[in-house]
Design a protein around this ligand. Sequence first.
Ligand code: THU
Length: 131
Amino acid sequence: MTDQQLLEMAKGAMQFAYAPYSGFLVGAALLCDDGMVYCGCNIENASFGVTNCAERTALFKALSEGKRHFQAIAVIGGQNGVCSDFTTPCGMCRQALSEFCKADFRIVLGDDSGSIKTMTLGNLLPGAFQL
Ligand code: THU
């Protein structure tokens, strides 16, 4: 599974985004250590705080099927599905990922031009909270 393939899967998931309030569509694809990929989209709610991001949708799908070890997540998104910039995981998603992923977990960002930027969870969430 290449980073480009993972991003294509994230883009595919973006089509299922339910975002009638923001119009900002996001897709994510989470690569497990065993090679399986779980995709997710953002799911908004009239009570805005209930909204679930694409990254946590993918993570919770994988966790709920017993997966615990992950290599990378690809994320792509944009207003009305136009992905002109990189979309980085929000703080809540970074913290959710940090429960299961180490600092070297890769976060693959893409846009519609085909540019790819790879970061790590350690880059994006230094000093993650732990009990
Ligand atoms: N969103 C995500 O799905 N992932 C992110 O990393 C950032 C934000 C969603 C939440 C909401 O539905 C919309 O994008 C606008 O914030």
